[in-house]
Design a protein around this ligand. Sequence first.
Ligand code: PLP
Length: 358
Amino acid sequence: MNKFWSPFVDSLEPYVPGEQPREGEFIKLNSNESPFSAAPAVIEAIKAAADGALQLYPEAESSELRGVVADYYGIKPEQVFVGNGSDEALGHAFNALFKHDSKKLVYPDLSYSFYPVYAGLYGIEVETIPVTEDFRINIDDYCALDSTEISSIIFPNPNAPTSVALTLDEIERLLKAQPDILVAIDEAYVDFGADTAIKLIQDYPNLLVFQTLSKSRSLAGLRVGFAFGQAELIQALVCVKNSFNSYPIDRLAQAGAIAAFKAEDYFQETRQKIIQSREKLTNDLTALGFEVLPSAANFVFATHPEHQAEDIALALRQRKILVRHFKIARCTPYLRITIGLEEECEALVKALKDYLSA
Ligand SMILES: *Cc1c(COP(=O)(O)O)cnc(C)c1O
């Protein structure tokens, strides 16, 4: 630690993102990005927005975008918060909503590895609940929590890195059972096979939902994400945002995001292709002896009973294919593999055959 550092910086444990190698060097199946480029209409909209107005600040509240997204989901603009990626929206929620003296935040032992990072940054006390033997979130565990001790719950649906989804009925059961606990559902992967909880926000003042354009809308590079909830929850996020950076979404991102919600055909087509590739890859991996969890996401979580996941990841790397291996308890036998283009998945299967038969 340098003497000029604020002391708390030394105690932080920052998030480590998936490796981003030079373009074209590797087949990238390690960061759950879309293998498809953004919709052509999005690129056009960004080019048009770059033309002439970049000397001006963007519109601070992303009003037009919030209107478009609210229409898309049949909710009101004041129920939509826009952030610089959903990571930023999540960060504001940790600060503005999950931080309560003497009450804890709860999430599964296996879930998005940014949650503990934000909890550390904002000094939030956390309790984790183990996922079941078969890597499911058991909603009864959360229904049984004591609201005098717990302020909030967060988990991804589908969960990451396990890829397993809960039904909307299970989520609604939790919302009903815990009216005094804020329930946050991180839907980064919802478009690949789960049901969004956005339709429940009218009925549940304790529900907050996060989504992102990074995965299913092929826009990880644009950095746009959302939080959805009743207006009073969103106001807390806006309040923190405007105390931190009042212009999180730049002009190009606003224009691109608006266009993304209008490019419905492209969205449906690319989303369906990924779902199809996932089913094929799951079959191919199973045929090679892998156990693959039932995925509702754009990645699979797979283990091979006879081979160390770390060794497989290394062997794939030597064959110019990147997958993700988490060296954390319970995850070590598993690889998280992002669904790529059909030919990328084929290259992966070929490389695995090669390695497993050697
Ligand atoms: C990818 C991801 C996010 C963050 O996405 P952004 O790119 O910041 O929008 C949030 N939650 C989960 C579970 C993710 O996998």
